[in-house]
Design a protein. Sequence first.
Length: 158
Amino acid sequence: MKQITAAEALNRAASYCTLCERCISEVSNKLTVWGVEIKVQQDIIKRLIDENFINEERYSKAFVNDKIRFNHWGRKKISAALYEKRISKSIIGNAIATIDEEEYNEILHKVLSAKHKELKYREDNSTRQKLLRFAASRGFETQLIIKALKISNDEMDF
């Protein structure tokens, strides 16, 4: 692969950041793939931050919003995904705090309802356990799942 210049790498990284929100680790990974040296990467990332192409606070809020609305992930899974992207715990906490509680509970209920329709055995204890495990694998908190299942029990006739 041909080595690209620092200016070319900066332009490509800026274009990469304009497509959608990016975090530092994503840009760094992309620069590595392009064969950019570490020192040059640091300079490019600093400039992209200074020029507001990269803003991890903004990225985290967008990530949280997208994962809840489109992927139906819970707080735990979102936090873990952001942590993997090397976002600081304080930024993760601030982004998670923007979640609307009512919408979050609604999404949990939709996830449980959809899974419940897929299950063959609907009236035994194993169904509740399967639903609990499924929602937990999506990153929802156990206490909220149990509460949702109790509410759903009356509504869905488990």
